[in-house]
Design a protein around this ligand. Structure first.
Ligand SMILES: Nc1ncnc2c1ncn2[C@@H]1O[C@H](COP(=O)(O)OP(=O)(O)O)[C@@H](O)[C@H]1O
Ligand SMILES: [Mg+2]
Length: 355
């Protein structure tokens, strides 16, 4: 019964969000693409050439190539996760700019984390950030910061608040949810030290990246790796049913703009088998994909997902329900059908364009 009510609540949240209420709350309206793609000369042809041969500017996708062995920014996931789970908290500062309760945490060893507690705002469900990180790994990606469940006590939160955050105490009290033991079932994430706005969520950014991901269109040499990452992100957002990517601030890069981070994945994993309109529309703007990601879709089975999600929690809370897992697999089937259809029309070299 509780589960049914919970799922009904989630459907309601999504409906409101897609109707635009979520955007209004965030105070950000980003207008979708006006098709401005200018036809460009065909990329160096040759149906049998490898992508690298077709275009010497082709670079490996840094989100997969550098970190495929379970490391994030050069650090082992296991190391980062165990630190996120166990380091004592010494300070918590509320992050500005978002609609959710989201903190920057300083740990005793000097490292940092982002923390989202369980909260009244149903657009922020901490367990879904954990699911997003695990799905990203299952797909061989390294674009979501390592994230783990963590129960944080009322005392840990209120005794470590940064002085700047003190005026927001009433809001934190009103919106944080604690269990009967006084713990909030939140998510602790690796704090990415440097992030920059990508600009890819602006009308110009959307127009440009859509062009990169259209068969026959040229990609500037220094944008190949970024184009591949945008394509990966659209597949990822469709699989995770995340309509929040283009709402502002959730598509960040590293300092030089070469590496894309998929930020803020807590409004996701809804149970629509064919995704929602936003993510479906975004997916359909993409016609070039990474071959590696396409192959990795085979790992997104109910058992595969259940296994990686079981590893994520040490009993704090369930990461995804069975219906949520089943819906990811249905969306996986949808993405495959979509890509297979494109391959039939344009040929594999054009569609499975990135390594
Ligand atoms: N893992 C992280 N690393 C670095 N900064 C982060 C991280 N998570 C959140 N932030 C910062 O906090 C802001 C708000 O977080 P976000 O997850 O987007 O939540 P929301 O938009 O729902 O408030 C981000 O725009 C970013 O500046
Ligand atoms: Mg955000």
């Amino acid at each position: 019964m509780r589960m049914r009510r919970y799922l009904a609540a989630e459907c309601l949240v999504l409906t409101l969000f897609v109707a635009g209420v979520g955007f209004a709350a965030r105070g950000l309206v980003r207008i979708a693409l006006a098709e401005r793609a200018r036809p460009a000369p065909r990329a160096l042809a040759g149906a049998f050439a490898t992508p690298a041969e077709r275009d010497p500017g082709h670079l490996p996708n840094p989100a997969t190539a550098q970190d495929s062995a379970g490391t994030f920014l050069g650090m082992e996931d296991d190391f980062l996760i165990s630190r996120l789970r166990s380091q004592p908290i010494v300070r918590m500062k509320l992050n500005h700019g978002g609609s959710s309760l989201s903190f920057r945490v300083d740990f005793a060893d000097g490292s940092r984390a982002a923390f989202k507690p369980a909260q009244t705002n149903l657009q922020t469900m901490p367990r879904k950030e954990v699911a997003a990180y695990r799905l990203n790994r299952l797909l061989g990606l390294s674009a979501v910061a390592p994230a783990t469940p963590r129960m944080v006590s009322r005392e840990d939160i209120f005794s470590h608040l940064h002085s700047d955050t003190a005026p927001l105490l009433p809001r934190i009290r009103a919106e944080t949810i604690f269990d009967p033991r006084g713990n909030s079932a939140g998510v602790m994430m690796y704090w990415i030290p440097v992030i920059r706005e990508s600009g890819l969520d602006t009308p110009d950014g959307i127009a440009q990246s859509t062009q990169w991901l259209t068969p026959g269109q040229a990609i500037p040499g220094n944008k190949h790796a970024l184009a591949a990452q945008v394509s990966d992100m659209m597949v990822f957002d469709f699989l995770s049913a995340n309509p929040d990517r283009y709402s502002g601030g959730n598509m960040m890069t590293n300092e030089d703009g070469s590496r894309l981070y998929f930020m803020d994945n807590t409004l996701s994993f809804f149970i629509e088998p064919e995704g929602n309109e936003k993510t479906r529309t975004a997916l359909h703007r993409v016609q070039r994909f990474s071959r590696r990601l396409y192959e990795a879709l085979g790992r997104v089975s109910e058992t595969g997902l259940a296994q990686v999600l079981a590893q994520a929690s040490e009993g704090e809370y369930e990461i995804l329900t069975k219906p949520e897992i089943r819906a990811v697999v249905s969306r996986r089937d949808y993405v495959r059908r979509y890509i297979d259809g494109l391959v039939a029309s344009h040929g594999a070299p054009e569609v499975l364009y990135f390594p």
